[in-house]
Design a protein around this ligand. Structure first.
Ligand SMILES: Cc1cc2nc3c(=O)[nH]c(=O)nc-3n(C[C@H](O)[C@H](O)[C@H](O)COP(=O)(O)OP(=O)(O)OC[C@H]3O[C@@H](n4cnc5c(N)ncnc54)[C@H](O)[C@@H]3O)c2cc1C
Length: 391
């Protein structure tokens, strides 16, 4: 039995007053409908595109459920609120789809500002970035495929590598741990190579740079082990965020269209099996491995708790973190934190118009077809009923 009770809704929703709880209930109810999400998403995009001022409505509802604020200063307040319940925040600058050098430079500077915000700040234990936020996607594709680059592209790639280096160096100097997110498989080799180089450079003493391993890929357990061996040979510590993986449909579709072997596991059970084996592998090598379990899966979280207990690893051991996204699976985050485990939440932020793609993805992910809305809703409902009985 896990020592954490994820059913405890009094703990899970301690941070929400009755009005906020009801708002979350209606929001999840609304996004449980794929049709409404589709129509709502299209209308919202149209309104934002036409400059119709609906920002306040978005901000009060879906934005405040899933985002920390429009900038670092607002997000720091949200982080402080989470910290009151012992939960850390990971400021995630969620502006996507930029494709020019000026934007990439801006994003790199912004990520450094999130690192500054995290320096000596217990509210913010990690920073994070996506390589596609600071490098052109099609260039990453070319590098990944080991295609020859033109002289211009070579120079562009050098600038991108320079940005990655300067972000990681900044984190190292400020002693802030930093996640590099995992992305599409057809650019991930390039990202892995960058990440491993940064780990060799900056993880000699501490766990600064974290690569991300997606266990929905059938080759990733082997990759995790090989990466650990390579880093060990170079005297560096391995830090990994373990996730299942977010791009399953896109991956399967591309593989089918282009006629190569699907990089994704044949089924959910195989993904779960490799996720568990990856956790085991990291715990077996905990002397030089740090992990962040990035998951909304209760079983995975409970399993890690049990395994830590069985191995006598303290709940607050800095090498092991649990992480969820802001606005989702609070029953996991708050109950883990209540039991004194290390927990952090990705706190996405950015101008409303710019984070719309992120918000729409969260809404789509939460539709009743694939998502966890049923679970979120039933827990919120349970808490509403519990509070009613108290009055
Ligand atoms: C803090 C945090 C950070 C994250 N960072 C990243 C990141 O850097 N990169 C990234 O790609 N994702 C990232 N994710 C998203 C993550 O990969 C998952 O998409 C998401 O968390 C759902 O998986 P789960 O473990 O929470 O829950 P579950 O509901 O147990 O698992 C759902 C996942 O299982 C897998 N799956 C579902 N059906 C099948 C099937 N038929 N066959 C094979 N596999 C299947 C898919 O990966 C799916 O997303 C992050 C998530 C969190 C919470």
């Amino acid at each position: 039995m896990s020592s954490v009770n994820f059913e405890n809704t009094a703990v899970a929703f301690q941070h929400k007053n009755n009005g906020q709880l009801k708002r979350s209930f209606w929001l999840f109810k609304l996004i449980a409908s794929p049709t409404l999400v589709k129509i709502g998403g299209a209308l919202t995009n149209l309104a934002v595109g036409l400059g119709i001022p609906i920002g306040w409505a978005i901000k009060k509802n879906i934005f405040s459920q899933f985002c920390g604020g429009v900038n670092i200063s607002e997000s720091k307040k949200a982080a402080h609120h989470l910290a009151k319940s012992g939960i850390g925040s990971i400021l995630d600058y969620s502006v996507e789809g930029k494709e020019n050098e000026k934007d990439f430079d801006f994003t790199a500077d912004e990520i450094k500002r999130t690192i500054d915000a995290a320096e000596n700040n217990n509210d913010i234990p990690f920073s994070v970035f996506k390589v596609t936020g600071i490098c052109r996607f099609s260039l990453l594709e070319k590098v990944n495929a080991k295609q020859a680059l033109s002289a211009n592209e070579e120079a562009e790639w050098e600038r991108a590598v320079g940005r990655v280096f300067s972000i990681c160096e900044h984190a190292f100097k400020k002693n802030v741990s930093l996640f590099i997110d995992a992305e599409d498989s057809w650019i991930q080799d390039a990202i892995d190579e960058l990440a491993e180089n940064m780990m060799v450079q900056f993880n000699q003493k501490d766990f600064i740079v974290y690569n991300t391993v997606q266990l929905y890929r059938h080759d990733r357990l082997a990759y995790l082990k090989a990466m650990h061996t390579r880093l060990k040979e170079k005297g560096a510590k391995t830090a990994v965020k373990l996730v299942r993986g977010a791009y399953i449909e896109k991956e399967r579709k591309r593989a089918a269209e282009m006629g190569y072997i699907d990089p994704i596991q044949p089924n959910k059970e195989s993904t779960d099996r490799d996720f568990n084996l990856a956790v085991d592998y990291c715990l077996d090598h905990i002397e030089d491995v740090a992990i962040c379990c990035g998951s909304h899966n209760e079983e995975s979280s409970a399993m890690l708790v049990e395994k830590m207990n069985a191995r006598g690893i303290a709940s607050n051991d800095k090498r092991i973190y649990f992480a969820q996204l802001f606005g989702m699976s609070d029953h996991i985050s708050y109950n883990l934190s209540h039991a004194k485990y290390n927990v952090a939440k990705y706190l996405p932020y950015g101008p409303i118009k710019e984070v719309m793609p992120y918000l729409l993805r969260r809404a789509q992910e939460n539709t009743s077809v694939k998502g966890q809305t049923g679970r979120e809703l039933s827990l919120i409902e349970k808490e509403i009923q519990r509070r009613k009985k108290l009055n």
